[in-house]
Structure formats: C-alpha cells, structure tokens
Ligand binder design. Structure first.
Ligand code: 5GP
Ligand code: MG
Length: 191
C-alpha cells in the first residue's frame, strides 16, 4: 500500500505551523463574535464545532487544542467518495446533524474543499437551524480551474488538483494515519 505514495506534498512541520495559525485566526474571529453580542470570553454553549468525519478527524484533534475558548462538538458524517472513488459522487449526510445549533456560533471543519458540494450541503443544513453565525474552516482547498460551489472562510493550504492522502485523508480506507499529506500515484486508482 505505501508504495502507492508518489510524494510528500505537505510535511508534518508545515502542517503543524499552519494549524496553529488557523487556531489563532479562529480564536480571534470567535472572540470578536462573543464581544459583539456581549458574551464573556468564557461563556459556555456559545460556540459549536461541527467536524466532518472521518477525514477531518486528525485536523480537528490538532486544531481544537489551539483554541482557548469553550467549544462544544457535534460530529457529522458525510460520504462523497465511496470506497475507491477519487471523483466526488455528490455529498450525502450519513449521520444526524444536531438540532441544538440555534443562536450559536457554528464552525464547520473539513479536511478539504474540492468541488464544494459537501460544504454547500452542510452550510444549508446548519443555516436551517438558525445559528448566530456560520463559518467554515478547511485544512486544504484544491485549486480547480473553476470556482467551488461553496467557500470556506478559513483555508490552511491551497493545493494542486491531485488526490491526496494522510493526516486524516484516506484512499479506500487507507493512509489516514500518515503524519504528512502525500500525493497518491495516479496508477493507484487509474488501473
Ligand atoms: P467536495 O464535496 O468539496 O467535492 O469534496 C469534499 C470531500 O471529498 C472532502 O471532505 C474529502 O472527504 C473528499 N476529498 C476531496 N478531495 C480529496 C482528496 O484529494 N483526497 C481525499 N482523500 N479526499 C478528498
Ligand atoms: Mg470529507
């Protein structure tokens, strides 16, 4: 399996530095929201993180440890790349999305923004629950020739349009535990 890796695109050191900076950005913006509404910085029940499983697992675990604010977590599961697919098959919600988001500041966390279908679906579902604010934070964004159908306010890295694995991202269930983000060889999925 490991010989399907073409090269390291983002090493663990670069990822770690960028995740810390994203945590600082988010903390600053969310503190701003709390100040605006007159909530104390230590108010509980104001901020809810919605990480998209399973790809955002590792990113979320690292990111939340840079946030000095009380946050609640509501995991969701979305499938767009069933099995060995490397082209999005359209996003479907595979789990329940909590209905206690009303009036709270919601941060959707995902591993990668590609077509934006996943983000568009999730933003819609979150908006339906009448949150006080919604923002999205993705570690990676693919540089496609055209705009994505939904955006993220916080982006870790813009990357070329190649299939990547590691740091939570999988190919057919493998490679999530690689500490670096790597490009998969095309022959691994192009037969
Ligand atoms: P979108 O809905 O934006 O097209 O795709 C987003 C989802 O597709 C991401 O949450 C991620 O799970 C998956 N995805 C998109 N590009 C890649 C990639 O290069 N590698 C992996 N492993 N998953 C990807
Ligand atoms: Mg995903």
């Amino acid at each position: 399996m490991q010989n399907h890796i073409d090269r390291v695109l983002l090493g663990r050191g670069a990822i770690s530095d960028r995740v810390r900076a994203l945590g600082d950005e988010l903390a600053r913006d969310l503190t701003g929201e709390l100040v605006k509404e007159g909530s104390p910085a230590d108010a509980t029940d104001r901020i809810v993180f919605v990480p998209v499983m399973t790809g955002a697992l590792v990113f979320t675990a690292d990111l939340i440890r840079h946030l000095p604010l009380p946050i609640a977590m509501r995991l969701v599961s979305v499938s767009s790349y069933p099995g060995a697919a490397t082209q999005s098959k359209g996003a479907t919600l595979k789990s329940y999305l909590s209905d206690d988001l009303a009036g709270r500041h919601v941060v959707i966390i995902d591993d990668i923004l590609d077509t934006g279908e996943t983000m568009r679906m999730l933003r819609g579902l979150v908006e339906d629950r009448r949150p006080a604010s919604v923002r999205a934070c993705v570690l990676l964004k693919k540089q496609l020739g055209k705009p994505a159908v939904a955006e993220a306010e916080h982006v870790g890295f813009e990357i070329p349009d190649e299939f990547v694995v590691g740091y939570g991202l999988d190919y057919d269930g493998h490679y999530r535990n690689l500490p670096d983000i790597c490009v998969l060889k095309r022959e691994a999925y192009e037969g």
